[in-house]
Design a protein around this ligand. Structure first.
Ligand code: NAP
Length: 301
């Protein structure tokens, strides 16, 4: 089994779930030595390859029964554009997998992926799904909601900010609806799909948590669980867009334009698509996760 992006936030948990089942797993990334896995589990093979380089990718998938594409790109840099990584390279990976005789291909996308979106990022995610399905008939698309877990970028950032800021700036009025999901639940879903341990023939799964929050409610919930006093202040999306454009290349800042674009739209699972429940997974609630995330952040792990 090959997990491309197998050292990432989601990818290394997929690797870990597969190793738990004694599956031979290859983790592929450009910097395999940067694997931050806290579980101590090591993939059977760590392969250095760039999804933008078709020859190294062909070698990485050779002999695999299933391939998972868990590569991310959140900020465009040089030849690393959303189109190049999420569309062209995803199609190349799916094609290489088909040529190598791979039986199952799982493409990690995101809720809200839309090939007609005005946002470059959201459009590339939607087009990526289309090209993967064309290149690998039978491919399965997994669209996670915003994922939470120790070392995430979203809930951890809110948890940190509510504890240091007296005033918390909201995206717009804070009305965007979100359905955060525990990253381990998504990893389990992807593992079951990659191993063919599912009874539904569906090709798109939307993986979301048990509860829908408005962004405002989410910040309040996190602040209240962490006993932080906070005043919420609406900030127009146009202001966030300018801020993200000015700061997204700074290493210490985790605000990007695609994040602002995503926050303009509700990010909740479609009622007519299967998800965690259909895969036999009971999603973990945010209440349980907030203290875990805060504890890990304080411990610096
Ligand atoms: N995080 C979320 O809340 C969230 C929500 C919805 C959907 N998703 C989607 O879930 C997927 C995984 O996201 P994530 O948050 O786990 O990402 P991540 O932590 O940034 O991990 C990305 C992985 O891809 C590898 N990678 C990046 N560029 C590569 C390239 N050119 N060639 C080979 N490997 C490459 C990275 O390692 P190297 O940098 O060493 O190559 C790393 O292993 C993405 O498709 C993302 O859009 C994430």
């Amino acid at each position: 089994m090959t997990v491309v992006g197998g050292t990432g936030f989601l990818g290394r948990r997929i690797v870990s779930r597969l190793l738990d089942r004694a599956v031979d797993v290859r983790a592929v990334s450009r910097h395999p030595h940067k694997d931050k896995s806290a579980s101590g589990k090591r993939p059977s093979q760590q392969i250095e390859a760039d999804i933008l380089d078709p020859s190294s990718i062909a070698a990485a998938v050779a002999g695999s029964r299933a391939v998972v594409n868990a590569v991310s790109l959140y900020v465009e840099r040089g030849e690393q554009t959303f189109e190049r990584v999420h569309v062209e390279a995803a199609a190349d990976l799916a094609t290489a997998s088909r040529h190598a005789g791979v039986e199952m291909f799982v493409q990690i996308s995101g809720i809200g992926a839309d090939p007609k979106s005005r946002s470059n990022y959201i459009r590339a995610r939607g087009r990526g799904e289309e090209v993967v399905k064309a290149a690998f008939p039978g491919a399965v698309i997994v669209r996670p909601a915003v994922m939470a877990g120790p070392d995430d970028l979203f809930i951890t950032t809110i948890a940190r900010l509510v504890q240091i800021l007296p005033i918390y700036p909201l995206f717009g009025e804070g009305g965007t609806r979100l359905q955060p999901v525990y990253v381990e639940d998504v990893a389990e879903a992807v593992s079951r799909l990659a191993l063919g341990q599912h009874s539904t023939a569906a090709s798109i799964f939307e993986c979301a948590g048990p509860r829908i929050y408005s962004y405002r409610e989410l910040v309040r919930q996190i602040a209240s669980q962490l006993k932080a006093r906070i005043v919420l202040v609406p900030v127009p999306f146009a202001v966030w867009g300018i801020l993200a454009t000015a700061t997204e290349f700074l290493p210490a800042v985790s605000l990007t334009r695609n994040q602002v674009d995503l926050m303009r739209h509700d990010n909740v699972a479609a009622k007519d698509l299967p998800g965690l429940e259909e895969l036999g997974i009971e999603p973990r609630g945010l209440e349980e996760l907030i203290h875990m995330i805060d504890h890990k952040a304080r411990a610096g792990t």
